[in-house]
Design a protein around this ligand. Structure first.
Ligand SMILES: [Zn+2]
Length: 314
């Protein structure tokens, strides 16, 4: 069985605070529950991560940045929820940052499991707007670079590649990777969206607003194999943002729910055909349907890859 990582504390519930941002912070639980309801997993099948420590975070973040997170005003800006500046730092650490540190642990665990089993999915993480010394767009900690660096430092990953198909540019991940020659990012994003300043990347694919599903899938089909065959990474971290869905309020792509699920399956299949381990993280998705779209994508992947087969017949 493909390892699926989840912890009930992924879900951010801070006295209604979570409803002030379009992000559905309970979507992790909804996906977990739906995987059980659909008969894909039982309650005890999910792996539980441990939260990352400050020492872990210092592999990627500056001490100055981590210290700044004790100021509610700094967090209010990163989380895009102004009322946060009025809340005590201890409460924010407990109810907002704690769940995020747990999800960072989930991304590291997903990468470890991927190296062992070929494929693993973290039902959280993907905070791709966080860099070493700054955060933004609801992203505080750079979980993807942290996971890559952890395994690189252990000598288990020589070359890491991120495939970021969230609708927004992964500017945080890209910023960290600029000083790491062993890490590469392939990033298909909507040109006119947040962030205004785009970071330089190895494989940037900026596309115009309104791109439809067939065109989008064709770009993935054409460009991703070339990038993978050029870089030949030992680990692929797939940032599977669902905000490319046509109903997403924060982006302008026009993919149907089925096309988003098809995208997820194609990415994983293209990588597994090359024997590249894949760790998938969820990242953005702001419609009320986001949890269902992620679940459909994961269902397609589990249906094809569960059962000990590294490549199933297509
Ligand atoms: Zn996004």
């Amino acid at each position: 069985m493909i390892p699926v990582i989840y912890h009930p504390s992924y879900n951010i519930t801070a006295f209604g605070l979570e409803r002030l941002h379009p992000f559905d912070s309970r979507k992790y639980q909804r996906i977990h529950d739906a995987l059980i309801t659909r008969g894909l997993r039982r309650r005890g099948d999910f792996l539980r991560p441990r939260p990352v420590s400050r020492t872990d975070l210092l592999k990627v973040h500056t001490a100055q940045y981590l210290d700044s997170l004790r100021q509610p005003a700094v967090l209010a800006r990163i989380l895009e929820v102004p009322i946060v500046r009025r809340l005590p730092a201890w409460l924010l650490d407990w109810r907002v940052l704690g769940p995020m540190r747990l999800a960072c642990g989930g991304t590291i665990l997903a990468c470890r499991q991927a190296l062992e089993y070929g494929l693993a999915i973290n039902l959280g993480g993907g905070y791709h707007h966080a860099a070493g010394g700054w955060g933004g767009g609801f992203c505080v900690y750079a979980d993807i670079p942290l996971a890559a660096k952890t395994l690189h430092d252990e000598g288990r990953v020589a070359k890491a590649m991120v495939v970021d198909l969230d609708a927004h540019q992964g500017n945080g991940t890209a910023s960290v990777f600029q000083s790491w020659p062993w890490a590469t990012i392939f990033d298909l994003f909507e040109r006119n969206l947040f962030p205004t300043h785009k970071e330089p990347e190895a494989y940037p694919l900026p596309v115009p607003t309104g791109l439809g599903g067939p065109e989008y899938l064709q770009i993935v089909e054409d460009a991703l194999p070339v990038a993978l065959d050029t870089v030949r990474p030992d680990l692929l971290i797939y940032n599977a943002g669902s905000d490319v869905f046509v109903g997403d309020p924060l982006a302008g792509f026009r993919l149907s729910a089925n096309e988003v699920a098809e995208r997820d399956l194609r990415v994983v299949t293209i990588a597994r055909e090359r024997d590249i381990p894949v760790a998938m993280v969820l990242s953005g998705g702001y419609s009320s349907e986001s949890w269902r779209i992620h679940t459909d994508g994961i269902e397609g992947i589990l249906t094809r890859f569960d059962g000990g087969r590294s490549i199933a017949p297509t």
